[in-house]
Structures are given as C-alpha cells and as structure tokens.
Design a binder for this molecule. Structure first.
Ligand SMILES: Nc1nc2c(ncn2[C@@H]2O[C@H](COP(=O)(O)OP(=O)(O)OP(=O)(O)O)[C@@H](O)[C@H]2O)c(=O)[nH]1
Ligand SMILES: [Mg+2]
Length: 239
C-alpha cells in the first residue's frame, strides 16, 4: 500500500487571481476530482497531494488564496518561498483577464525570480454555452509575452486540471534539477526529503496522482515566519 505521506520532494505552490475565478474549484477538482458550489475563500486554505514525476514522489503543498481585495494583505504574505504560482482568470469574465497585470506585479515583487507561473484560463466549459469573453489566443499570447506557462481548464468537467498541475510540477522539477531552485534554501519553495529510492522501488515513472490530503483549514497567519530571502538571492538566479 502506497502512503500519501511518502515523498522525496515538497514543492510549495500558491493559487492566486480575482475573486470568483474558480481557484478553489480548481484545487478541489485536482485533490478530490469533485465539483461543487463553495463559499468565497476566507484568507487562505491549504491542500496537499503527492504526485509522481521522473521517478520521484513529489508532494505539492498548495495554498489557495482569497481573491477578495480585503484579504490582500494577508494573502500577500504567502507568496514568499513559493516554487510555483497558478494565476487564475475566468474566460467568461474579461475583467478578471484585464487585471492580470496587477497580479503579475505582485508575483514578480514577492516571489523568487525562478518561481514558475502557470496562467490558468478557468471555466473553459463556459465556451459551450457561448459565455466566453476571452479567447484562447489572447490567453496564450499574454502568457507568451510574460514568460508564463498557459492552460485552459474546467473544474466542472475536469478538463486540463491534472495536466496544468503536472505541467507546473514538471517545470519546477526541471528548475530544481538544473540548480535554479536550490532545495537546501527555504526561499526556493523546494525541499528535498529522504532518498529517491521509494519511487524507483515502486517503478513509478509516469506522471500521475498517488494520494491526496486536503486538510482544508483556514490558515490566516503567516506560513512560517521566515525572514526575507538572502540579499544576494535574486542576483544569483539567472532567470
Ligand atoms: N462553469 C464553471 N463554473 C465554475 C468553474 N469553477 C468554478 N466555478 C464556479 O465559479 C464560482 C466561484 O468559484 P470558486 O472556486 O469559489 O472561486 P474562487 O476563485 O476560489 O473565489 P474566491 O475564493 O472568492 O477568491 C462558483 O460558483 C463555482 O461553482 C468551472 O470550471 N466551470
Ligand atoms: Mg476560493
């Protein structure tokens, strides 16, 4: 029996974007393969899932932030020390796309320069009933112009959700492998834990989910009280 608590790496990831864009639904879909109506997020919620990639077992520690402006000062404190960001807009509400520049400014200011950002065009299923306000090409162009990964998803149908999280996992893993993200530095958002033998023994080489833990508690305080990254951190990274 494979335990969801056995893993070699931890990647810290945050989910950000305007209120109601579908961040929590996206996370629930990824963790529980479920879609249901949920209330606005208060502050920040947490979920975790162990996935397999490149023969490693990677625990994605995912912080789902509230999009409401009144929580912005709280949610900003969660950006530090993240290896990956999901920046979510709603393809059926152009206003959420128009505000991406503001979200990106926060991401650039508050995260490690080698943090990978995946732009997510959520609620792709809205295309079917004519609700789309932002074309796929607009999303892809924005992502290309700003050096982001891109995917459209639907938490309602599950479309693109697993792929999006695995694309982000792969990109973070690659950055850790080439040394852009240093697992021994807490600011990198990547931690290495124990030997890699677990996955090899189990023959786990294909991407895919192995187990999920959704602790689902509101965590309104700062993650860990860490200080700011070392002064030379940004200059050392070539991203
Ligand atoms: N059609 C459709 N509706 C969705 C999808 N994802 C979320 N929704 C709906 O969009 C609304 C907002 O979803 P949430 O996941 O709560 O949005 P959020 O971004 O977490 O919102 P905040 O927590 O306030 O920042 C809800 O009514 C969801 O049911 C989707 O993929 N398709
Ligand atoms: Mg939410």
């Amino acid at each position: 029996m494979v335990s969801a608590y056995e893993y070699n790496y931890i990647f810290k990831v945050i989910v950000v974007g305007d209120m109601g864009t579908g961040k929590s639904a996206l996370l629930r879909c990824f963790l529980e393969k479920d879609f249901r109506e949920t209330a606005h997020t208060i502050g920040v919620e947490f979920g975790a899932k162990v996935v397999a990639h490149a023969g490693e077992r990677i625990k994605l520690q995912i912080w789902d932030t509230a999009g409401q402006e009144r929580f912005r000062s709280v949610t900003r404190s969660y950006y530090r020390g993240t290896a990956g960001v999901l920046l979510v807009y709603d393809i059926a509400r152009r206003v959420t796309f128009d505000r991406l520049d503001q979200w990106l400014a926060d991401i650039r200011k508050l995260t490690h320069p080698c943090t990978t950002t995946l732009l997510v065009g959520a609620k792709r299923d809205c295309d079917d009933d004519g609700g789309r306000e932002v074309s796929y090409e607009e999303g892809a162009t924005f992502a290309r112009d700003h050096g982001l990964l891109f995917i459209e998803t639907s938490a309602k149908t599950g479309d693109g959700v697993e792929t999006g999280f695995m694309d982000l996992t792969t990109a973070i893993y690659d950055r850790a492998r080439v040394g852009d993200l240093d697992p021994s530095a807490v600011e990198s958002g990547v931690q290495r834990k124990g030997p890699t033998a677990v996955a090899a023994e189990l023959g786990l080489t294909a991407p895919g989910a192995l187990g999920a833990v959704n602790l689902g508690y509101p965590a309104l305080s700062s993650v860990d009280g860490r200080g700011p990254p070392a002064a030379d951190w940004r200059s050392r990274c070539g991203c």
